[in-house]
Write a new protein. Structure first.
Length: 228
């Protein structure tokens, strides 16, 4: 039996679709990527970061300077720099987990599109993590310079070391790659390139037809086979 709804009721029933709701949420709250997709939003620009941090340190100095709380000013400024240092360390741990996921993804490649897309996603996440880590390290280094200008003391973390990965220039990376390739070439000079194939047998070690058949199958699968 067909039920005819009044025109007003039918219009109200279809006033808002699921797609309309999603668009409304994006307009109100902005785009928020899901956990399994890269974030397309840009990183904060360096001049904006420098201006904001300078204003922050100046505001804290003006607020606490020449007051009874001035003895606590240095510790509070140190904690401000440490916020960016801790954020960089946290992202560095996430980056290490991402590297492990990429290695596992490389081993699990079976030619399927699912595995390939999953590995590509890990690679994009790794690039994003690198950029985020470098951004927080830049904030920490600039804030530590402001800390030194305000207090006259050099900022140092309580534990660990202060490392700036952005100082890894392209020339340094190329140099390390060259030295690594040179050591590998010197170490493997007597080892031929290709897939190493070894075989063993039991009582039928003299069955040359079976041996050749097995080697032919291995050669068909591995064209660069090197028989040990």
């Amino acid at each position: 039996m067909n039920v005819q709804l009044p025109i007003d009721a039918a219009t109200e029933l279809h006033a808002s679709s699921p797609t309309d709701r999603v668009i409304y949420e994006m307009q109100v709250y902005g785009y928020r990527p899901f956990q399994d997709e890269p974030d397309p939003r840009p990183l904060p620009e360096e001049p904006v970061v420098q201006s904001a941090l300078t204003a922050l340190f100046d505001a804290m100095f003006e607020m606490l300077g020449d007051t009874r709380l001035e003895p606590d000013l240095e510790d509070m400024l140190w904690s401000t720099v440490n916020l960016f240092h801790r954020a960089g360390e946290r992202i560095q741990r996430e980056l290490q987990r991402n590297e492990d996921a990429q290695r596992n993804g490389q081993r699990e490649q079976d030619g399927s599109e699912v595995k390939s897309v999953e590995l590509e996603r890990h690679i994009m996440e790794g690039i994003t993590l690198l950029e985020r880590r470098n951004a927080f390290e830049f904030m920490r280094d600039f804030a530590s310079d402001l800390f030194e200008a305000q207090t006259g003391s050099t900022w140092r973390p309580r534990t660990g070391s202060k490392v700036n990965h952005a100082n890894m220039t392209a020339a340094m990376i190329d140099s390390r790659d060259f030295l690594s390739a040179r050591r590998r070439a010197e170490t493997e000079v007597l080892i031929p390139a290709g897939t190493k194939i070894a075989f063993g047998g039991g009582l039928d070690y003299n069955d040359h037809e079976r041996i050749w058949a097995a080697l032919d199958k291995a050669l068909a699968k591995h064209a660069d086979m090197v028989l040990l």
